[in-house]
Design a binder for this molecule. Sequence first.
Ligand code: G3P
Ligand code: MG
Length: 247
Amino acid sequence: MWPYPRMIAHRGGGTMAPENTLAALAAGLRHGYHAVEFDVMLSRDGIGVVMHDPDFGRTVLGPGSVAQTDAAAIAALDAGSWFGAEHAGEPVPLFVPFAEYCKGHDIWMNIEIKPAPGHDEATGRWVASTVRDLFPDESDQARLPLLSSFSAAALRAARAAAPGLPRALAFGALPPDWEGQARELGVLSVHVDHNRLTPALAQSVKAAGFGLFCYTVNDPARARLLLGWGVDAICTDRIDLLAWDFK
Ligand code: G3P
Ligand code: MG
């Protein structure tokens, strides 16, 4: 039901490094983390880049947006200065070398398909077909990346492109028909905002046979409580407070 690690570093390395960068992956490794969540969006020329926000301005200097900029130009942006001078010049990663780094360092990936508005199907299709090419051997499911999204349209496109890759449906709060949506999309797990979860909802997800992943949990006592409710995985920014082998 959940063959993956229990503890997952949010956006690469949580608060230890600029989000969604190679520096974040390195910070995760330094803390013993070999499991990571990060976000992928398509550039104007249809290349996956590792970015959370559709618009520039927070992690890279704006104006501009991912969907209206070519990948080569996005990859030249500074995604580190906002975090600290020591990270100045840290680039926005292109998805393929970023995923290859994870593969090469034995880092398990929860790849969040994060479409810019209006690009759901194209993003789901591109991510799934690219991951399928990076991981042609689907026999060891525990090593395959998990493709998650808040977008049902993106997950449908991902399934059509690479039906053998595991998928996950993300929510804020679980809606009343969460189970119907999860079954329709054929997902392995359900990802929820831990602040919106209750013990009864956790129990119903587990009883229905889905993996249960909570984001973003930064307090060890809260993480312990959630694990006690049957939560399978915790995504955290505080890889310094919640060890990779946290129980
Ligand atoms: O996938 C879990 C979490 O990353 C979802 O929220 O906004 O950080 O992508 P966000
Ligand atoms: Mg995310």
